[in-house]
Design a protein around this ligand. Structure first.
Ligand code: ADP
Length: 546
């Protein structure tokens, strides 16, 4: 006899009335209906209200369709944080397309690789990056249709690549265009390439469902509200702006654009626009904390800042809190739509001395409410490591906010998804309270005389020295120990000079002797466009030290 079906499995059909594909597109049209005349986007002196934002997006989507964009085709964009970049995050998926936001610091050859690999049909480019795109297009196997973006706030040079400019393109569409809404929430929405320091970049594919959920996860965890004013200090090309492109709109908040991440412009915008929220890599926080006094402004109101993308040393968290910022620490990857974990505050933390709180907050924390599960797995056995704050394992994630996979790269996709988990390649411990703490990327860990040395732990100690502004520690090959730590240090502009030997001696009392760097190199540190220190370059430099 067939097993009896549950009473809940009959007569309760799934219909259009009670089931719809999750998509962040609805956020915009809801905000436009609820707050039509509220400022959605600020860009210099330009103000775009929600009704206009939505109308421009419909025009943009319609124009793409009229010019031949088909369902599931790619539209690339090369632009800083300007209104067109934000509009593209809605218009391209509304046209049924997939948005490929490009990192504008990439070289022409890499951009050409990405445009070909993603099979972009259109590419929109801000004049500032038009020369790079021109060089890239010369290398491309197939040529997408180019649309120039003439941003009024840009006064520099840049060739014209097309007869088509962004505003005239929008005028080709109508604001009544209904759009091609996804029938399936698993449909691709964005294509984002990882940095590719170990070969060709990989194209991470996002779906509508994940974008919807991570946006709401952000809004919840970061406390976004309709009166929130969000300053775009994080590039939108980086994990779709960690999904804040959609999160801010989901509450009907205000997006404040910013072409360049400079301390003077940031402080001025915070003051002029009464900014309440912003995100940035720890390095961005560090440049704010150490900005020259004439650029710094006293915050009138507390500004919430989410940091991640690299480990924020507790000294940076403490310096930001002293300036009046409240720091939320998050961890994630391109593959997880940006933040997947955060260091939730516990009752009692606000009363702790700043230094102690900063130490707790420099951990990567617990799962986002929208993530399925977070684990730290033993690299060999795949079993969860004990919550002892000492056993090292690999961070693994699962759930609806993990990418679909890598575009046209089944091998890499298969490698990333193992036993129902997405393996991040980051090494961490889990503390007694369940919070995780990243110790290193697996490729950054230093193995000296058979012992693991967490580069982050040594950096954390270095940042505590009053003269140190930035520090990075990498492995240097060593005939006796296999590898030995080598520190690269940038001193604060007003710091009294210090020698490498003095710094090493200072560290000796603070961390185990075998973890102390043998070499210290002073000078500026190379960084990526998202503010990460480029350790692979430092590793090369370390090798060259005699
Ligand atoms: P990439 O840095 O490779 O260009 P991602 O932006 O996807 O690409 O970076 C994700 C990586 O950044 C993670 O795998 C991790 O190594 C690092 N990361 C992100 N957030 C944190 C954090 N809060 N603490 C330490 N490392 C982090």
């Amino acid at each position: 006899m067939a097993p009896k079906r549950s009473i809940y499995e009959t007569d309760l059909p799934q219909t259009a009335a009670n089931f719809a594909a999750l998509t962040p597109l609805g956020f915009l049209f809801r905000a436009a209906a609820v707050y039509p005349s509220k400022t959605a986007i600020v860009h210099g002196k330009t103000r775009i209200n929600y009704a206009r934002f939505a109308a421009r997006v419909r025009c943009f989507a319609h124009a793409l369709v009229k010019r031949g964009l088909k369902q599931g085709q790619t539209v690339a964009i090369l632009a800083p944080n300007i209104p067109a970049m934000l509009e593209a995050h809605y218009a391209v998926p509304l046209a049924g397309g997939v948005l490929n936001a490009l990192n504008y610091r990439l070289d022409a050859a890499t951009i050409a690789f990405i445009l070909d690999h993603g099979e972009a049909k259109f590419v929109l480019a801000d004049r500032e990056f038009a020369a790079t795109l021109q060089a890239a297009l010369a290398l491309c196997k197939s040529k997408p249709t180019v649309i120039d973006i003439d941003d009024r706030a840009y006064t520099g040079e840049g060739p014209r690549l097309s007869a088509l400019d962004y505003e005239s393109f929008l005028a080709e569409g109508t604001p009544d265009y209904a759009g091609r809404w996804p029938s399936d929430e698993w449909q691709a929405i964005c294509l984002l390439y990882t940095s590719g320091t170990t070969g060709d970049p990989k194209g991470v594919v996002y779906h509508h469902r994940g974008a919807f959920l991570n946006a709401l996860g952000n809004a919840l965890t970061f406390g976004l509200r309709p009166d929130s004013v969000y300053l775009w200090t994080l590039p939108m090309f980086h994990c779709s702006g960690w999904s804040y492109t959609w999160a801010v709109t989901s509450v009907g908040g205000t997006h404040v654009c910013l072409r360049k991440v400079e301390p003077g412009a940031i402080f001025a915008s915070i003051e002029a626009n009464a900014v309440t929220h912003m995100c940035g890599a720890p390095i961005v926080l560090n440049t704010l904390a150490h900005a020259p006094a004439n650029l710094r402004r006293k915050l009138k109101n507390r500004v919430e800042v989410m940091t991640g993308g690299a480990a924020p040393p507790s000294a940076i968290i403490a310096a930001m809190e002293e300036l009046g910022f409240r720091v939320t620490h998050a961890y994630g990857l391109t593959e997880s739509y940006g933040p997947a974990t955060l260091c939730e505050w516990q009752p009692g933390w606000p009363d702790l001395p700043l230094e102690e709180r900063a130490r707790l907050m420099s951990r990567q924390g617990v799962a986002y409410p929208t993530l399925g599960a977070l684990a730290v797995l033993d690299v060999a056995t795949g079993h969860p490591v004990p919550s002892d704050g000492a056993t090292l394992g690999e961070i693994a994630l699962k759930g609806n906010t993990v990418m679909k996979g890598y575009l046209k790269n089944p091998k890499a996709t298969k490698r990333a998804f193992k036993n129902g988990w997405f393996r991040t390649g980051d090494l961490a411990v889990r503390h007694k309270d369940g919070y995780i703490e990243v110790k290193d990327r697996s490729k950054d860990i230093i193995i000296s005389g058979g012992e693991n040395i967490s580069s982050l732990e040594v950096e954390e100690a270095l940042y505590r020295h009053p003269a140190v502004m930035e520090a990075a520690v990498v492995a240097k090959p060593d005939p006796k120990w296999g590898e030995t730590p080598c520190a690269f240090v940038a001193l604060k502009p007003d710091a009294v000079g210090i020698s490498g030997q003095e710094l090493i001696a200072w560290l000796r009392g603070r961390i185990a002797g075998f973890k102390c760097p043998r070499y210290v190199v002073f000078g500026a540190l190379p960084k990526t466009s998202t503010g990460k220190i480029q350790k692979f370059m430092l590793r090369q430099r370390a090798q060259e030290i005699a």
